[in-house]
Design a protein around this ligand. Structure first.
Ligand code: F0G
Length: 357
């Protein structure tokens, strides 16, 4: 059986790329769409989770990065640069390595999760910690790419959006048509832009008969689109989406309005509750930023805004191992300690709460 070829080869004729351009790929995409029994029960809908943590660098960024790095190589770039809350830097570092390019990443000091930091460093990127937030990092990267020979691979690069739209194709390929609603986390707003582009394209070519409503959720402390103005000091435990001035703001608003959808916010507590439901009830481990989509779906459900029986696809964007510390603490913040036993079946059985026999 032929293995999955990565999103550029799998969908080349639907992407803005020449037939002959060789793809730089790590086999990204083809992620599972998992039927979520507990979320379906809680919402009265038919809920499917698109588990993007199963990409090569453990986030959805790889779909866009295979395209961005493929095109960078085709254009003769030798070095790439990006700003990141962590996942973009991990992905850029891996794909640049695969292509033999050098990679520089700018991240907000102290605000990226340890898994993501170690990925960028492991793949040999030059990492700069900037005394500012993500928005400051992106402003710097844009300036650098205008004045120096470094190719920008943030989602303001249209190749990134082009690659990321393949996730919508995959959802339709599995469900047979577009869902009624698609739910996403929103940070810099590239991904909601990309999904909407993908759904529209699939409808245009007749691969889907309809379009979903696009529902996006920002973290309450970093919710510029919901508030209607940039947030100078964005704050949330969901560091992936700690962004105060999203680059694709207008496109996200367009996706919301032309799909009849919503962009709303969820609190950190709601995010952690959704994170726990995914881990404990669905067997799906995600990083907190990814759980904002599920938190939003549950918030809408509790407000009576989820139509009964609707088919809903929910993207969870990054793997739980990126930022695992959240699983090791209780809701009040105390550490969860494993029980310790000697090499003895009776004490192990007691520690497990098994009855004496
Ligand atoms: N979820 C995760 C896990 C992310 O890393 C990001 C963005 C988002 C959601 C939001 O997606 O920006 O397209 O709206 N992370 C970027 C980064 C900003 O630098 O890794 P978006």
């Amino acid at each position: 059986k032929k293995q999955w070829q990565g999103v550029v080869e799998e969908y080349r004729s639907l992407l803005n790329i020449a037939e002959t351009t060789p793809a730089v790929t790590l086999g990204e995409g083809g992620t599972p769409l998992i039927h979520a029994e507990k979320l379906s029960e809680l919402t009265g809908a038919n809920v499917w989770v698109k588990y993007e943590g199963l990409n090569p660098t453990a986030s959805f960024k790889d779909r866009g990065m295979t395209m961005a790095i493929t095109k960078a190589v085709a254009q003769g770039a030798k070095a790439v640069i990006c700003a990141s809350t962590g996942n973009t830097s991990a992905s850029a570092a891996a794909y640049a390595t695969k292509a033999g390019l050098t990679c520089a990443v700018l991240v907000p000091t102290g605000k990226i999760a340890p898994g993501k930091m170690s990925q960028a460093i492991a793949h040999g990127a030059t990492l700069l910690e900037v005394d500012g937030n993500f928005d400051d990092c992106l402003t710097l990267c844009r300036k650098l790419s205008e004045s120096y020979p470094v190719h920008l691979v943030n989602s303001v690069n249209p190749d990134r959006i082009e690659g990321q739209k393949t996730a919508s194709f995959e959802v339709v390929d599995v469900l047979g048509d577009a869902p009624d609603i698609h739910v996403l986390p929103v940070g810099n707003a590239g991904n909601i832009t990309a999904y909407w582009k993908g759904y529209r394209q699939y409808q245009e070519i007749g691969a889907a008969t309809r379009l979903p409503q696009m529902w996006g959720f920002q973290a309450a402390g970093s919710a510029p689109i919901v508030l209607g103005h940039p947030v100078d000091e964005p704050d949330t435990i969901a560091t992936a989406i700690r962004i105060g001035n999203p680059a694709s703001w207008q496109q996200a608003v367009e996706a919301r309005d032309s799909s009849g959808g919503v962009i709303d916010s969820v609190t950190d507590d709601e995010i952690l509750r959704a994170h726990k439901i995914l881990s404990r009830e669905e067997g799906i481990f995600v990083e907190p930023g990814s759980a904002s989509s599920v938190a939003g779906l549950l918030k809408m459900s509790e407000a009576g805004k989820v139509p009964a029986g609707a088919t809903i696809a929910v993207t969870v964007t990054g793997h739980g191992l990126k930022d695992p510390s959240w699983a090791l603490h209780t809701a009040d913040g105390s550490e969860i300690e494993p029980k310790r036993v000697s090499v003895d079946a009776v004490s192990a059985a007691r520690a497990l709460g098994l009855e004496d026999r």
